[in-house]
Design a protein around this ligand. Structure first.
Ligand SMILES: O=C(O)CCC(=O)C(=O)O
Ligand SMILES: [Fe+2]
Length: 359
């Protein structure tokens, strides 16, 4: 089957020509216009510029907004500007450019039918870890040693589907070593993965995670204490290279909702309910010691204190012992947020793809 990304290239980032501060269009007008299409990740407006950038948290939201709003006329009403016609188009802009944060590739290049085949892969896999389901291709990942045995590749060949994606990943130019190991993680709402750095000696530099199904918020933390959460929208690729691969911890807090910032420029927060998320992590096994510039996190260069195991989950801060306790903890955390800022509740589709076939 011909993969549909061959014809389809959609992005989460939109350029809104004529929708800028330079045309006296306000942030509020842009947010009000775009928000009905789905959760907004950001609205970027610069002084005097005649355009702005809108980033959605899901490719489908962006697709629908482009269809509906390209050519839309913003009328004067009570606002400062004359009638302006907005021209909305996709833009391939990397919002993490120039920062040390993980690279973020906004992609919606695969059709839904194509993705559905990926999720099928997990259907017959038993729930084999306490906190999530996993399956490995290429090489097994050993959760006791947090490593792979390079001398024991799996007999099952890498499925064509995954080889297609790997080709596509290589075409981005962000990845030096061709991935030959794939770990599929399937998380139910309430499940997660403890903060960790993928073992340096096990895998080469670039680590790529493709998210399918529900969005989730991934937490990144730097040894200097810097914390950063990033919403991973469905059908997006996260590429961790350099510092973000070797130094920053990444993890997913086990909870059923994520508190997500709204893009209005104020302190608006939205509570997003998690659905089932399936992620595909693409890595290249290393088979030789790591010589990175981050010895404090490098098992090849330092006697590392044992990493928190990816399974079973080890508590970082507060760990609920039962489902009831987990719910209570979550209630408390969510409640704290509610007190600080008004929350609107939004349930994101578990598999938005099924609802909006592209091709
Ligand atoms: O689910 C993800 O996107 C990340 C998985 C991960 O970090 C891992 O398997 O090492
Ligand atoms: Fe990881």
């Amino acid at each position: 089957m011909k993969p549909s990304w061959a014809e389809t290239a959609l992005y989460l980032n939109l350029l809104v020509a004529n929708g800028g501060l330079g045309n006296s269009v306000s942030r509020e007008e842009i947010v009000n216009l775009f928000r009905p299409f789905g959760l907004l990740e950001s609205v970027t407006m610069e002084e005097q510029m005649p355009h702005c950038f809108v980033t959605f948290s899901d490719v489908e939201f962006a697709t629908n907004a482009v269809k509906a709003l390209n050519g839309h006329q913003l009328s004067t009403g009570s606002t400062a500007h004359q009638n302006v016609t907005l021209y909305v188009s996709y833009v391939d802009k990397d919002p993490t450019q120039g920062t040390k944060l993980p690279k973020w590739i906004m992609w919606g290049i695969y059709s839904v039918a194509y993705f559905q085949q990926f999720i099928e892969v997990m259907k017959n896999v038993p729930r084999n870890l306490k906190h999530r389901k996993v399956k490995h291709f290429g090489y097994d990942f050993n959760y006791d040693t947090n490593n792979v045995d390079i001398n024991r590749p799996l007999e099952e060949p890498m499925p064509t589907l995954l080889r297609d994606v790997i080709d596509r990943i290589m075409q981005t130019g962000h990845v030096t070593y061709r991935p030959d190991q794939v770990t599929v993680n399937q998380y139910l709402p309430g499940q997660g993965i403890p903060p960790h750095v993928d073992t340096h000696s096990a895998f080469e530099d670039s680590i790529v995670s493709l998210s399918l199904g529900s969005m989730v918020s991934m937490e990144f933390s730097h040894p200097d204490g810097t914390q950063h959460s990033k919403v991973l929208p469905p059908r997006s690729l996260l590429v961790m290279t350099g510092e973000s691969r070797y130094l920053w911890n990444h993890g997913i807090t086990p909870r059923k909702h994520d508190v997500v910032a709204e893009a209005g420029g104020d302190d608006g927060m939205t509570l997003a309910t998690r659905g089932i998320r399936t992620s595909f992590t693409f890595r290249a096994v290393r088979g030789r010691p790591c010589q990175c510039a981050f010895p404090s996190k490098c098992d090849s260069q330092t006697d590392m204190p044992a990493q928190p195991k990816a399974e079973p989950s080890k508590p970082e801060v507060q760990k609920p012992n039962s489902e009831a306790e987990a719910m209570e903890l979550e209630e408390r955390q969510v409640h704290r947020f509610t007190m600080r800022s008004p929350l609107t509740s939004v349930t994101l589709a578990t598999n938005p793809g099924l609802m909006y076939p592209i091709s």
